[in-house]
Design a protein around this ligand. Sequence first.
Ligand code: NAD
Ligand code: UDP
Length: 319
Amino acid sequence: MSDISKVMVTGGAGFLGSSLCERLVDEGRHVVCVDNLYTGRMDNIAHLLGSGQFEIRQHDVTEPIDVEDVTEIYHLACPASPPQYQRDPVSTLRTSVWGTFNLLELAKKRGAKLLLASTSEVYGDPLIHPQTESYFGNVNTLGPRACYDEGKRCAETLCMDFHRQYGVNVRIVRIFNTYGPRMNRDDGRVVSNFIVQALRGEPLTIYGDGGQTRSFCYVDDLIEGIVRMMRGPDDFTGPVNLGNPGEFTVRELAEMVLQMTGSDSTITTLPLPQDDPTRRKPDISLAGRMLHWQPSVSLEEGLRRTIDGFRQQMACDGR
Ligand code: NAD
Ligand code: UDP
């Protein structure tokens, strides 16, 4: 590999993107982080700025971008938490569709590989269980989640059309719920909400009856899967599911967090948001076969690390 080759990470100041940037800088790669700080934070990447191998471009991916010598593009830019992507749904769609288009144009111009961070949300409220990549999904195109779900479905389509029409080297990963210590405390996802609520002694907010299920993957496992996909066989575009197949109800998660934090918080119930998927669990046999990947961090261990991280952050903030 040439000395000047650069890796671009869009959404690099966000939760997953910043962990990915850190991993790539640790490997000695030159990383260009592209982010408009919609949900990302400079705090997530400040420690990388002095490495001499890391640069940040504050840029909105809905506008075209060019970077010479880019050989790999990890395209993660897009809010991922339901309250965040529903805050400005039109902008979410533009980010997914125009953003992916602009990054594919860059990949085409520079002959770079592009990996799209897609999502289990392309399966919508799935009618088959667990979800395999061959399932086409069950998405309400008219509902409040559609800006994200349909945006990502269109982004996948754009990737495959650029691949077939222009020969762009693309890879698609469908990420299932991922959590870890660097999550933004206020971003509204279930793991960060429950941990912060438990540590503050506030009631844990279960939406609906808490019987809905999710599969939770620890961030380090996920990043390993993404990197393996980027470096995997050139003829393997995916899509490939990346997630931890352990399946838990939201109520089980709340009880684990209460027990592990030793909190005496109570549990309160709030209405279930519209179109909230009932069950979700990845079939990861394709990732096992093609990438020799499987997650290794149990939910209990991952929660322990995440709770420790949030405790430290909150102690620093004096809250
Ligand atoms: P995040 O919200 O923490 O990070 C998203 C990043 O993208 C932020 O830094 C944000 O500022 C940036 N961004 C948003 N719109 C942008 C734009 N128009 N231009 C430039 N930057 C922009 O979310 P995350 O959990 O780190 O998710 C990263 C990616 O992974 C997303 O594409 C998301 O859809 C995908 N994903 C994540 C999960 C998960 O559980 N974390 C699950 C499925 C898919
Ligand atoms: N949820 C909850 N309480 C919260 C936040 C979320 O019960 O404070 C539920 C939400 O309704 C969903 C699940 O937890 O059923 C996962 O939500 P999250 O927003 O983390 O991700 P999603 O999988 O819905 O995109």
